[in-house]
Ligand binder design. Structure first.
Ligand code: SAM
Length: 187
């Protein structure tokens, strides 16, 4: 019944903007349990249009924004800043966060253009604020997956900024510099 109602609304009263706080947005959100707070090109998603996921990023980029990879694009469901996530508390069962990890002065090279970059002076606050916001919109006993690459900043330093201890990930001494860290909101 709800689906029929939504369909009629779209047909009768277009356009309905699917913002998190609009009525249409509310309907769209009914089966969304996962939030990717900075989805980029969705490269690590096996299903790049997972039906229960909201894909967010602070920017949109059309195909061709990367000369070397003409098919890459950034098409989030919503434009948003992970330091101020436009959802209410405890909205998602899982939050995924793969923030930029390269310290740079701007999109001067391919990696920074594709994956974004961290401000040299403010990275600590930006990561801390982003993680706190991801935590806020996570439901109780929800899972937060945080990905980090140590090219510019060590895992130890980023965990200090986050101020929370992951349940598990790649242990100290493993020779990888990309880390997948798993947190659960138990309190
Ligand atoms: C490492 S990339 C994500 C790659 C993505 N996980 C994938 O599989 O393709 C980081 C992304 O964070 C986005 N970003 C940077 N700062 C952000 C912010 N404050 N809020 C939301 N997204 C941000 C960048 O635009 C970039 O697309």
């Amino acid at each position: 019944m709800g689906v029929v109602y939504a369909f009629c609304l779209i047909k009768v009263c277009p356009p309905f903007e699917a913002t998190p706080f609009s009525f249409w947005g509310f309907l769209v959100m009914l089966d969304k349990y996962i939030l990717d707070v900075c989805c980029g090109c969705r490269q690590f998603w096996f299903d790049k249009n997972h039906k229960n996921t909201v894909y967010m990023d602070m920017r949109k980029e059309e195909k061709g924004f990367q000369n070397a990879r003409p098919n890459k694009e950034i098409q989030p469901d919503i434009i948003g800043d992970f330091r101020n996530i436009p959802f209410s508390n405890r909205s998602f069962k899982m939050v995924v966060m793969d923030p930029p990890h390269i310290l740079a002065d701007g999109p001067l090279f391919r990696m920074a253009k594709e994956y974004g970059w961290l401000d040299k002076l403010n990275w600590w606050n930006d990561i801390r604020d982003g993680f706190n916001e991801a935590w806020r919109v996570l439901d109780n006993y929800g899972t937060l997956i945080f990905k980090w690459n140590e090219t510019s900043i060590s895992k130890k330093d980023v965990l200090n900024a986050i101020g929370k201890r992951p349940l598990f990930g790649h242990p100290v001494g493993s020779r990888v510099n990309t880390h997948w860290l798993c947190f659960m909101k138990t309190t």
